[in-house]
Design a protein around this ligand. Structure first.
Ligand code: UTP
Length: 302
């Protein structure tokens, strides 16, 4: 068994260096991970999720226009002074919160060569330890404890762990899809193959990979030899597929946690709008005004 199996996961890696082309022109000078969901940027929910699961060493992989992300997780003394002068203690607490949330580190992905390449940029910071990857444009309701469950599975079984959600059969072609074998636990499967964006007839199941991973450090060696795949990008899915076929003694083996909870995607326009509405409806400070307006608006649409 590799040494890393006994090692606890303490680090989270959050890739946020993609081009965000589906959100142009909003993402011309701002990373899509900084788009707000009600009043917080999407990436803050993701960092909060990592901290909630006990991972407060967070490495953000940033690309061009990284300044706004760095500034968001840093103190802003000028703004603090202005809020103090106005007696706005609530605003003050909110802006200090994001700076004190976690120990945030940064590494730059020089060129957006794909999610797999972004993850390989974390090799030096992570070292020989297993680590979590949370995509910065995708988040999970904190009460649904997905990451915690994935960390348990890693501790019990070793290898790497992906999160899977079931979709309608005709939707599989938009996602990475997993071929799975059951285990002795209802919510845990063993991954035998991964197929990126299959035609529905070729899909091995209706279970798709979502943006949460726990990776064995063996992934770094595999990524070094993973050629560019779909879209000319180095795909994390391709590296996981290789890991699934490798010996556990070499850090291989991939498990899936079947997730049936609440996931919010902010990576494309329609899902982003859904996420905004869901969050607004769940927020006590805005729902009182927003929900009656939304009802009336929808009634008038018909
Ligand atoms: P996506 O494929 O959704 O992001 O990557 P994208 O490339 O920014 O979006 P579009 O397709 O152009 O609209 C999933 C996650 O991986 C990160 C993205 O920032 C996003 O959080 N990513 C992707 C990187 O960090 N580097 C890359 O080279 C690619």
């Amino acid at each position: 068994m590799p040494d890393s199996i006994a090692t606890k996961v303490t680090k989270a890696v959050v890739p946020a260096a993609g081009l965000g082309t589906r959100f142009l022109p909003a993402t011309k000078a701002t990373p899509k991970e900084m788009l707000p969901v009600v009043d917080k940027p999407a990436i803050q929910y993701v960092v909060e999720e990592a901290v909630h699961a006990g991972l407060d060493d967070v490495l953000l992989i940033t690309g061009r226009s990284k300044r706004s992300i760095e500034d968001h997780f840093d103190r802003n003394y000028e703004l603090e002074e202005a809020l103090i002068a106005k007696g706005d203690n609530e605003g003050l607490a909110l802006i200090r919160d994001s700076a004190e949330l976690a120990t945030v580190h940064y590494v730059r992905q020089g060129e957006p060569k794909g999610l797999g390449h972004a993850v390989s940029c974390a090799a030096k910071h992570v070292g020989r330890e297993p680590f979590a990857v949370l995509l910065g444009d995708d988040f999970i309701h904190p009460d649904d404890r997905l990451l915690q469950r994935m960390l348990e599975v890693r501790e019990q079984r070793g290898g790497s762990v992906v999160a899977l959600m079931e979709v309608e059969h005709d939707q599989v072609s938009s996602y990475g899809t997993a071929a799975i074998d059951p285990t002795d636990e209802d919510d845990v499967v063993r991954i035998t193959d991964l197929v990126e964006k299959p035609a529905p007839d070729d899909a091995p199941s209706n279970w798709i990979i979502i943006g949460r991973y726990v990776c064995d450090p063996a992934v770094f060696g595999v990524l070094e030899h993973t050629p560019p795949g779909r879209g000319g990008e180095i795909q994390l899915t391709d590296a996981l597929k290789t890991l699934a076929g490798m010996d556990p003694a070499d850090g291989g083996g991939v498990y899936g946690v079947l997730f049936r909870g609440r996931r919010y995607d902010t990576g494309n326009k329609v899902d982003y709008l859904r996420t905004l509405v869901q969050f607004a409806v769940e927020r006590p400070d805005v729902a009182g005004e927003f929900v009656p307006w939304l009802r009336k608006f929808l009634d008038n649409l018909q």
